[in-house]
Design a protein around this ligand. Sequence first.
Ligand SMILES: NC(=O)c1ccc[n+]([C@@H]2O[C@H](COP(=O)([O-])OP(=O)(O)OC[C@H]3O[C@@H](n4cnc5c(N)ncnc54)[C@H](O)[C@@H]3O)[C@@H](O)[C@H]2O)c1
Length: 328
Amino acid sequence: MNLLITGGLGFIGSNLIRYFLDKYPAYRIINLDAISWGAHLESLADREADPRYTFIQGSISDKALVNEIFSGERFGPIEGVINLAAESHVDRSIFDPSIFVQTNVAGTQVLLGAALRFIKKDELGRFRFLQVSTDEVYGSLGQAGYFTEERPLRPNNPYAATKAAADLLCRAYFHTYSLPVVTTRASNTYGPYQDVEKFIPLTITALLNDRPVPIYGDGLNVRDWLHITDHCLALDLALHGGRPGEVYNIGARSERTNLEIAKMILHLLGKSESLLTFVDDRLGHDRRYAIDPTKIERELGWSPKTNFNAGLLETIQWYEVHRNWWNG
Ligand SMILES: NC(=O)c1ccc[n+]([C@@H]2O[C@H](COP(=O)([O-])OP(=O)(O)OC[C@H]3O[C@@H](n4cnc5c(N)ncnc54)[C@H](O)[C@@H]3O)[C@@H](O)[C@H]2O)c1
């Protein structure tokens, strides 16, 4: 399979490319990444010499470049797309939403448009466009209830709004043009190679350097944590077995408050609680996210394999050992 993965230098993308290269020896992977925020070239440095892997620096919003990739002249026909490219940091979207609209919405449309233009009608049955989305598109939950795929989209911050807009474009390309799009909506993901501006790596690296850890508001916002390897497996299953036009939620039924996680990391690193510093809450901070993953479990046979405590410990150890990756 000739697979185009966008945003492959980011957290999920770099883990996913590693996973695909290891699992599918016959796959060729083209990674289109703009090297924007969250990108780390070093994350895939050990794969650069692999003839099955090609990195192209460029934006998914660059129509000429995207059309050239899809035209097949350089790499042969594209048989699948996994669209991970996104501006992904909520705080940055609150500061300046414009680039989020450009990449997350307009860029996704450029990819959908190119797929529609270049994938031949008789190849559409085998072609898949996997849109990697987030539970944030559903908005916030109260103390009870879970997000199912039927829940209305009620995004509350500019990042989530742009992801929701992209999801709706994907839906429209399926219904209007029969483009075989599958959408996943995953919960907060953690693991190696995540940029240190995100909550878990931020907390780990601050504590490794004996610096204070900022906790938004009262620290009681709840997220449903998913290990990166479980997320990669779910994307693999959704690409190969997901039904076109369908949405699959991905979550490990692992709800934790931010404060609980910060305290777990403190405890595992043997640091003092005095390093926790409560700061003003994020604007529009959603209180609780929680995924109902029944559909992907039943239809695609997915289930999470990584227990949160073990996954968190492994992640801490990875950041301890890979100081050059995050300090550099
Ligand atoms: N991290 C999570 O918890 C999580 C959960 C659910 C869904 N997602 C989604 O998964 C995707 C990847 O998330 P991540 O955490 O790896 O993000 P990330 O910020 O670590 O990586 C995003 C990557 O996209 C690239 N990029 C940005 N703009 C681009 C453009 N115009 N063209 C090409 N590449 C561009 C960046 O350079 C970066 O390498 C995003 O779409 C995000 O919405 C993330």
